[in-house]
Design a protein around this ligand. Sequence first.
Ligand SMILES: Cc1ncc(C[n+]2csc(CCOP(=O)(O)OP(=O)(O)O)c2C)c(N)n1
Ligand code: SF4
Length: 494
Amino acid sequence: MTETIVHGRPKGFFATFERRPGPIKKNMHYCPGCGHGILQKLIAEAISDLQIQDKTIIISPVGCSVFSYYYFDCFGISVPHGRAPATATGLVRSNPDSIVISYQGDGDLGAIGFNNFIQAANRGENMCVFFVNNAVYGMTGGQMAPTTLPGQKTLTSPYGRSTDNEGYPLKVSEMVAALDSPVYVERAALSTAKNILAARKAVRKALRNTIDRKGFSMVEFLAGCPTNLKLDAKAMNEFINNRMIPCFPLGCFKDIADERDPIRRPAGIYDRKKVRELLYPVRVEKGVPPDFRNNSEIFQKTRKIKLGGFGGQGVLSLGKMIATMGRLRNFNVSWLPSYGPEMRGGTANCSVIISRKTIGSPVIDKNCNLLIVLNQPSMDKFLPELKQNGVLIYDSTTIAKPDCSPDKIVYAVDASNIAKKIGSLMYANSVILGALAVALDSYFLTPADQADFDRTFEEAIMDCFSNKETIIKLNIEAFYAGKKAVIESRAGKK
Ligand SMILES: Cc1ncc(C[n+]2csc(CCOP(=O)(O)OP(=O)(O)O)c2C)c(N)n1
Ligand code: SF4
């Protein structure tokens, strides 16, 4: 007698599951009767029938399906809980030819990852989401999910889900269909043969939309988790048919793919030179060659700079200018602003680190080498963080002379008054940078690096304020006024 195999293993699966650890290489790890096994077979069949194996990427976040890549003979990624739509977005935006499937459970999609999911749907990303609604958290042992039915007992709702306490189940398909961007939303069930055939059709339709770049498609599958619901296969199907379907009606909620043109989004740019040109146009025009090095000893070590003042005084842009100066001279730099209520009149501060080495953390909480302060509260707060032999530069128009230990190098600059004469208080930050240039000149820089400092400052100003010619001009004026004032006051003292 010869046997005819009518429904064999789909070609979209590996012949043996070599990626699966342990001795079992032929069977899936899903429990008998689990909806994941049924759905993955439908997806594998569709991938091979549509001949998209070489460009399909299945993303499985956390949940029972996290090991999907054991089975599918295509690309696969496992990602953190709830993050598949974000990863899918990156994949499809960087390679619009890829067919990206975000395969998610109800805990993953409806709870921890809901915002990720709904934003991707609303952006109309060209991807398909296969959403497995089994009404519980399967992997972790059957806790209540956003889709758990009213009255359904789970590990964390032992008396049944109370709608008074936990609200009603989340109707994801209905919600997504209400958005304008998604093109196709259907709910199917993995219970009877008829339902499974409808599910099979829906899988193919969603994939076809993705191949045709029609945008966001989602199919929700009502699925069984017999293990956690403690039901045998027959009772599991009855639960889906008699309990789940009345709560989550089957059918197509939206199908407008035919009305939509294929999505065309800007292609990604990967050429390093082009990326650099786009990000840093000034650098390309004016920057030094990539092997340029400042030779002064001060640059051999990582330098930590803290800047504080009132919100609106230009403290953050002063930090940015210094960071830009470093970047334009091939240093690694970080700029970490501190926002918050400070932006509305309180103190604002930022941390800048300049280093030849990789910068591990942009945070400076003690031991800064240079402290620049433009208001009294920042002086009071940050002076204790200044390292021994550190440099302090402050606006003496507004801040009282600090009580510093003698090892510190202190520059008092009448910055606000000088800036006012130039036209606005907002130039006080560039005045301060002028003072910094003098401090560095006097103590730390070689003549070649001194000459380079002014040039770098001008380049940084142009980089930070591109296209604002008057602002560039007045900031440069403020910088030189700051330098002059410090040099004159020191000459006066002599
Ligand atoms: C950040 C994070 N939080 C929580 C967990 C624990 N966890 C693992 S799977 C899971 C829920 C899975 O349920 P579902 O998404 O419905 O998938 P199923 O297992 O039912 O297929 C949770 C909460 C985790 N792994 N990571
Ligand atoms: S625990 Fe539930 S969801 Fe997970 S494999 Fe078993 S039946 Fe499937």
